[in-house]
Ligand binder design. Structure first.
Ligand code: CP
Length: 358
């Protein structure tokens, strides 16, 4: 259960992220999320808890006995994957996470194949899914839709949790969780994330993963954030405002090579031309200096890490793929483990898994 039934939609919508957070937690008072909607729900303690659970699931799953144990943990649950925007990684890693935990799944990957095509509202669609499933994992091009749907369900007679798997240009909280999990693992023997410099490069204006990860990084001590992009695609004002308000050190610039030299992690992103207001608008922007290749690899610290939420186009040259600092393939697989952890925690199985004998 959750607390979103205690407040009207308009009152909830106008709250700050911090004020919204308690409404989205599990009623059991364990501090874990019930609905996962935005990055601001996660503080450092919660991130570390989820990463520890992901490590535990990863370890248990190594043996056949452990994998069979995990497959039984949530065998009584069903999850709906409702994706009305294209996806490979987020869809498949959530699917694989459900399979690890024994959750049965259903999916809609295109509203044109559901009764939305016949004019059914999104509210009615979600209500329909909740009749058959115990969780909805949803991706939508619409900003704030996951929030609205979470409120709708919490105020129905079938309240079930919603996981936001990407909403408009604004949030991609589970991607940010896997990015943090990857950074924690990358810097496990190098003092963790504290004190590191993280450079974001590419389409920072429209990259929802950037907004969510930039926020999660504010949970760590003395992390500097550097934003490298063409002027037209620079980091949006709301992200900068949060950093300024929290007193986080950051820099906005357009020289990737200079940034790489001082970075511990470089987070490359694709040009998100699917959001172009007129066809071909992005193609007119000179992005040639915002690509990571052999020259940038030479400048990166020996302990550095290259991340990318993927899919990539040409912003990371394939010659980097076999470098031990290229984390983007591991990052993708890490998504499966941290999403399994989040789903297990959402259903209240954190302690069961942490304390099991495997
Ligand atoms: N990173 C990410 O969201 O990838 P997909 O769009 O393939 O899910």
């Amino acid at each position: 259960m959750n607390r979103l039934a205690d407040i009207g939609w308009e009152d909830f919508e106008r709250l700050s992220f911090d004020a919204k957070r308690p409404y989205l937690e599990r009623e059991e008072g364990d501090g874990l999320p019930y609905h996962t909607l935005f990055a601001q729900q996660f503080d450092r303690a919660l991130l570390e808890r989820l990463c520890a659970l992901a490590n535990r699931i990863r370890f248990i799953n190594k043996s056949k006995e452990g994998a069979l144990y995990l497959k039984n943990v949530l065998a009584h649950k069903r999850a709906m994957l409702y994706f009305s925007q294209p996806s490979s990684r987020t869809f498949l890693s959530h699917l694989a996470a459900c399979q690890i935990l024994g959750i049965t799944t259903g999916s809609v990957r295109d509203a044109a194949t559901s009764s939305e095509f016949k004019g059914e509202s999104k509210e009615d669609s979600i209500r329909t899914f909740s009749s058959y499933f115990d969780m909805i994992i949803m991706r939508s091009p619409e900003r704030g839709l996951a929030e609205k749907m979470a409120w709708e369900l919490s105020n129905s007679d079938r309240p079930i949790p919603i996981l936001n798997a990407g909403s408009g240009k604004d949030q991609h909280p589970t991607q940010a969780l896997l990015d943090i999990y990857t950074l924690l693992r990358s810097f496990e023997n190098a003092g963790g994330i504290d004190g590191k410099t993280v450079t974001f490069c590419g389409d920072l204006m429209r990259g929802r993963t950037v907004r969510s990860l930039s926020y999660l990084l504010t949970n760590f001590r003395d992390v500097k954030q550097v934003f490298v992009a063409p002027q037209e695609l620079q980091v949006p004002a709301d992200v900068v405002m949060i950093l300024a308000k929290k007193g986080i050190s950051f820099e906005v610039c357009d020289n990737l090579r200079d940034a790489v030299k001082v970075s511990d992690a470089v987070y490359m992103t694709r040009i998100q031309d699917e959001w172009d207001s007129s066809k071909g608008a992005s193609a007119k922007i000179d992005t040639s200096r915002f690509k990571f290749g052999a020259e940038e690899l030479k400048l990166l610290k020996p302990t550095g890490a290259i991340l990318h939420p993927l899919p990539r186009r040409d912003e990371i040259a394939t010659c980097c793929d076999r470098d031990p600092r290229a984390m983007y393939w591991r990052q993708m697989r890490n998504g499966m483990w941290i999403r399994a952890a989040l789903i297990a925690a959402t259903f209240g199985f954190e302690r069961t898994i942490m304390d099991c004998g495997y």
